[in-house]
Ligand binder design. Sequence first.
Ligand SMILES: Cc1ncc(C[n+]2csc(CCOP(=O)(O)OP(=O)(O)O)c2C)c(N)n1
Ligand SMILES: [Mg+2]
Length: 586
Amino acid sequence: MPPHSPRPMPQASSPSLTREHPMRTISVGQAIVDVFKAEGVKFIFGMPGGHTIGVYDALYHTPEIQHILVRHEQHAASMAAGYAQLTGEPGICCVTAGPGATNLVTGIAEAYVGALPIVIIAGRGPTRNAHRGASQEIDQVQIFRPLTKWAVRVDRPDLIVEVLRQAFTIARSGKPGPVLIDVPIDIGASQVEVGDYLPVGRPPKSRGDTELINRAAEALARAQRPLIVAGGGAIAAGAADEVRALAERLAIPVITTLSGRGILSDDHPLAAGGLGHHRQAITKALLPAADVVLGLGCRFEQQETNWKPDYLPGTGATYIQVDSDPVELGRSVVPSIGILGDARLVLMDLLRAIGPQQAGNRFTDHPRVRRLAEDQAALEAQVEEMAASTQRPLHPIRVIRAIRAAFPREATVSIDVGVLAQGMGGAYPYFKIFAPRTTIVPSSFYGMGFTAAALPVAKLARPDQPAVGLVGDGSFGLIMNVLPTAVEFKMPVTWCILNDSALGSIWDIQRQAYNGRYLGTEFGFQPDFATIARACGCYGEKVEAPEEIDAALQRAQQANRQGQPAVLDFIVAKERLEASAEFFKR
Ligand SMILES: Cc1ncc(C[n+]2csc(CCOP(=O)(O)OP(=O)(O)O)c2C)c(N)n1
Ligand SMILES: [Mg+2]
């Protein structure tokens, strides 16, 4: 039975999991894997230990689910989060007790801040020895509580199935996020009586309040300088068509947060760029000048605003905020009209309330859009100029532009943290993104290496598309033991290291605010990443000359086509975009 297929609702007051179905006695490990199968799980990211061996034994008999064995549990968390970002489905981690679980922490924190659904099964010391120094016993529930929507230890074998059902619902619903289920070793080794598992499917989404939507429609229709700001919530809601329809109907420019990138194709006439690191002259002018701002699942967090007023809607502007989480309403900017609801459903109602476009009224003829086209052309010319640089070390914009040109529009892209990967690659129009759910990006948790460790899942989530990642040299150093995993599981992606031999973002702060007193931000030695790549079974190449960039990219793609992951180590100069310098200025 495929996941989420319609089934009759269980009757009240009878145990939903067992009613009408013959009972079977199976191991707890098998019960866990059976729930995963019924919930549509295809991949589990993890590393076994004595505490989780029962789950692995059940997986042994379950070829429908592939286990991806990582070389560090942090990669399991990153991959699960990346999978959730690309598919909207929960990523699954399975780790052993103690260090297996604690190694997940950074990646799970990233998923929590980034609102990405994850279900974690973690081993745990036996219930009877909880306070007696059992091997690898630590209170994981307490560690994970602030990083998850729900963290729970299962203390009775017969609770496992119901706990898992709730875990999937919690991970997927409202603002999605991770959940942790600790399974003590004695519980995991038990037998349990279960019936067939009936998945409840995706949680229903909520519409917005009609009166508020009508007010928002009036405000938008009256606006002289309207603006849409779309974030990860708009992507999660699957609102791309509706964002485009609204933008086109009222000729509204669209800017995005980093996680909102792709909601409108970057070559659409109304795509204007973004906030924070990826703001440029156009967005810098648009946001403070807008008289009505529609925020869709965006948070104006520090990572996008650095708490500076000119990174926010102007104080006189009507700010309409749409979010599926009531806590987000007004958390950064108190809205004039705050609408609780799913971004896609709210937009559908908003479009109905606004009514059809006037006949013959082409949005491309609107003066606002013509002006935007001129500004975009001027910006493109500046970028082209930078990209034409023949300097050595390479100009990072030249590298980034070449990567975009070499990989198809549909390619999956990961953009890691840092002044080069995120500051330039995360920024329209330097690296263009053409569709939603094609990118793996960090949240404001901003963990170095998260997206680079997650990149291989691109070949699981979107197997028919090539995949490429932008990552700083510092960040790559944190996660480079992901390479053998990509080789072993035939996940042929290309990592492009933007290597300025520095923790450039922090180096910048020392340059600007500390009078060039550099400490701990320049690498006196960097390994030869290309040699490391080759030793791990990847294609590897160091690229130092501008005329070598395109050919190296072709060779990496050729390796990918033959099933081999690739690493290109681009030796770049410490070039900076004005936007990054401004953003970090204290
Ligand atoms: C795990 C972690 N440690 C430290 C930081 C602080 N930090 C933010 S960006 C950055 C430098 C990143 O260096 P690199 O990947 O080389 O990118 P660059 O800024 O040089 O382009 C550091 C150290 C962080 N975000 N995450
Ligand atoms: Mg660097």
